[in-house]
Each structure stands twice: as structure tokens, then as C-alpha cells.
Ligand binder design. Structure first.
Ligand SMILES: Cc1ncc(COP(=O)(O)O)c(C=O)c1O
Length: 377
């Protein structure tokens, strides 16, 4: 049996998404910047996707620019705010994805003051500390914090964060790569200035994402060249990818509630079975405020073995120790360090999708039990 429980790293491309993309990889191949009919057909695919996104997120189509990834969207928001909007301070957190964390570190080298908001014992942003930081910052400030953490699944109160930003006249960028397409957004009524997303996290293709830029936020292009994306992002567009992104978002929002119910059931079932089978299990995810897609657990000592993930993989189960992007590094997870996770215990992130079944959870539980027996011998 093959069980894929690494959906926070990436998701399977849905068949309907692939079907929507195919014509743009075969017969509709014009350059979207060309003014002839071939070009216009490609352009129309892009604009349809932009309109779809703006309708679901309740913003203007012109506030969406397509990027090559969530990483590029995050880099654009942070670097261009610093370059174009006179940002002197950035408030971020120690549990951001590396594409935010490392970008913020680069900004520090360029002379920007960086502050990190504390976490509460529950693994959420400490809003009182955020307010203190906002009060103490001199000069223009950008707050760049994630909506949900990719290793823990913990969801942050971006509405409250947005209100604090507004109160203190700070700009607000949020990395919603793990939450877009899993919950409703209303950008017409929010204090979010920049928001980043990535198609491959919601059954869309890899290598395409978008950045929402509130219309008053006058940043210029991060990538220079042609005048694509209303001169906001040069480079010939990934037409089929953008079309796939739009389709994936539409499918997600068409089934938002039923998919959420399904994944919540899966996550709760897994929690229950884990507690029954491995009584000493601990949950690193905040079970009261987290996404239904992610469950990060600490296995008891008998699993304290670097081979656990490998052994699960041999049994056909794909899960991870944390973020896929950090898997090449031997430093361990910066997120687990930030929540003071004991290095004595093995942390594993299981992450679900609308395709995950209870049968797959039963199989995973069975294999985890077998592993504990094997490792304790
Ligand atoms: C929270 C978060 N931000 C950003 C990214 C980067 O997105 P992309 O893979 O599209 O570059 C990821 C991907 O793992 C993520 O989980």
C-alpha cells in the first residue's frame, strides 16, 4: 500500500486541473504578449484565472500578480516594500518558512531593523508582544507573518494582527501558502496589504503562485524585463500553470465546506487512533487552533531513531520531519526549536488532503505500532 501523508509539502495535481491545463500546453501556445489571435487566446486564459482568484478572494483582478512560486511572492512583498515604500523595520517571527525568514535576514544585512514576535506557550503569535513591538518601532514598519505554520499547522489570528497593523500604521504581509483554498478570505474587508499563495499546495501545478497587492500599495516590479503582469512581474507567463492555478482554486472553493469536513474527520480520527495505540504520544500542533491538513506529533522514546521516517517510507508511508525545503539541512527544524520541542523525541508531520482515506490512516497506525515493537526489541 502507498500512503501519501505529506500534503503540506505538496499535493497531487487533480485530474480536472490537468485537463484544464492541457489545451494551453498543446493548441493554445501563443505568447500572451502577442497581439494576434494566438497570443490573445493565451492571454484570455491568464485573465480568466486572475478573475477567478479575485472573485473568490474578493479583491480586484488588478491586485493579483502571478509569480513562479510562493517563495517568489514572499520575496517580492518583502524586498519591494523595503525598496519602494521606505520600510525601516520588519516584524516577523522565528517560525516563518525559510523563504520569509532568509529574506528578512537579507534585509537586516541591508540595514533594516528586524524584530521577531514571541510565541505563546500554545504556539501562537503573542499579540501583546506584537503590539509592544509596533509601538516601539520608529519609522515605517512592515509586519510579515504567516497565516498557518507549515510544520505545525497552527493558525494565527490574522484579523487581529491586521487590526494592530492598521492601528499602528504598519503594512501587513501574510504568507497564506498553507491556508489559501482551505478557508474563505474577504480581502475587500481586511487590513492585509500583501498576501502570498502557491498552486501546488491545493492540487494545482508546481512552479506557479500569486501575490495579492492591495491597490494602494505602490511597489514596482521585483523582476525587470518586459511589461507582463502590468509591468509588475517581467517574464513570459507560465500560461498553463496559471490556468491550472485558477482551476485548482475554483475546485477548492466549490467544495470548501465538504472538503473541510472530510479532512477534519480524518485528522480527528488519526488523533484518536494515535492516542489509543501510542498512549505516550504528544502533539506539537495546537489542537484548538490549527488547520485540518496538518498534525505534528512527538513519538515516544522507543521511536527515537533516525530511521523512523525511513522505515515508514519502506512501508509505503510518506510523511516528513518538517518542511520539505529544509530536508537537505542537518540543523533540525527551526520551528520545533522555536516551540522548545525536546530533541529527545522524534517529531513527525503528517499532512492530509481531500483524497486521504480512513483506510490509509488505519494502515499508518498499524505500521507505527509494528515499528514501535521492532525498535523496542
Ligand atoms: C508556509 C509556506 N510558505 C512558502 C512556501 C513556499 O512555496 P513554494 O513551494 O511555492 O515556493 C511554502 C512551501 O512549503 C510554505 O509552506
Amino acid at each position: 500500500m502507498k500512503v501519501y501523508l505529506d500534503n503540506a509539502a505538496t499535493t497531487a495535481l487533480s485530474k480536472e486541473v490537468l485537463e484544464s491545463m492541457m489545451p494551453y500546453m498543446t493548441e493554445i501556445y501563443g505568447n500572451p504578449s502577442s497581439t494576434h489571435s494566438f497570443g490573445r487566446a493565451s492571454k484570455s486564459g491568464i485573465e480568466h484565472a486572475r478573475k477567478t482568484i479575485s472573485q473568490y478572494l474578493k479583491c480586484k483582478p488588478s491586485e493579483i500578480i502571478f509569480t513562479s512560486s510562493g517563495t517568489e511572492a514572499n520575496n517580492t512583498a518583502i524586498k519591494c516594500s523595503v525598496r519602494d515604500l521606505g520600510i525601516k523595520n520588519i516584524i516577523s517571527s522565528r517560525i516563518e518558512h525559510h523563504c520569509v525568514l532568509h529574506t528578512v535576514e537579507e534585509m537586516e544585512k541591508a540595514g533594516i531593523h528586524i524584530h521577531y514576535v514571541n510565541l505563546t506557550p500554545a504556539g501562537l503569535f503573542d499579540l501583546e508582544h506584537l503590539e509592544q513591538l509596533l509601538k516601539s518601532c520608529e519609522g515605517k514598519t512592515l509586519v510579515s507573518v504567516m497565516h498557518a505554520n507549515n510544520e505545525l499547522g497552527n493558525i494565527m489570528d490574522i484579523e487581529a494582527i491586521g487590526s494592530l497593523c492598521k492601528q499602528h500604521n504598519a503594512l501587513f504581509h501574510t504568507d497564506t501558502v498553507q491556508t489559501i483554498a482551505h478557508m474563505p478570505f474577504d480581502l475587500s474587508n481586511s487590513n492585509i496589504d500583501f498576501l502570498s499563495a502557491s498552486a501546488h499546495k491545493f492540487h494545482g501545478p508546481k512552479g506557479v503562485g500569486f501575490l495579492y497587492i492591495k491597490h494602494q500599495s505602490n511597489i514596482a516590479s521585483f523582476i525587470h524585463g518586459g511589461s507582463q503582469e502590468r509591468s509588475m512581474r517581467a517574464g513570459t507567463e507560465n500560461v498553463s500553470g496559471i490556468v491550472g492555478l485558477g482551476k485548482a482554486l475554483q475546485l477548492a472553493y466549490d467544495h470548501l465546506e465538504s472538503d473541510a469536513v472530510h479532512m477534519t474527520k480524518i485528522k480527528n480520527y488519526f488523533i484518536e487512533k494515535l492516542q489509543e495505540s501510542i498512549p505516550d504520544i504528544e502533539f506539537n500542533t495546537n489542537l484548538n487552533s490549527s488547520l485540518f491538513t496538518v498534525l505534528n506529533v512527538s513519538l515516544p522514546k522507543e521511536y527515537n531513531n533516525e530511521m523512523t521516517l525511513f522505515n515508514l517510507d519502506i512501508k509505503g508511508i510518506a510523511c516528513s520531519a518538517g518542511s520539505a525545503c529544509s530536508s537537505g539541512s542537518n540543523k533540525g527544524s527551526h520551528v520545533l526549536q522555536a516551540i522548545n520541542h525536546s530533541p529527545e523525541r522524534k517529531a513527525i508531520r503528517f499532512s492530509f488532503s481531500k483524497y486521504t482515506t480512513t483506510g490509509e490512516i488505519d494502515y499508518t497506525i498499524e505500521k507505527l505500532k509494528e515499528l514501535a515493537l521492532a525498535e523496542s526489541i
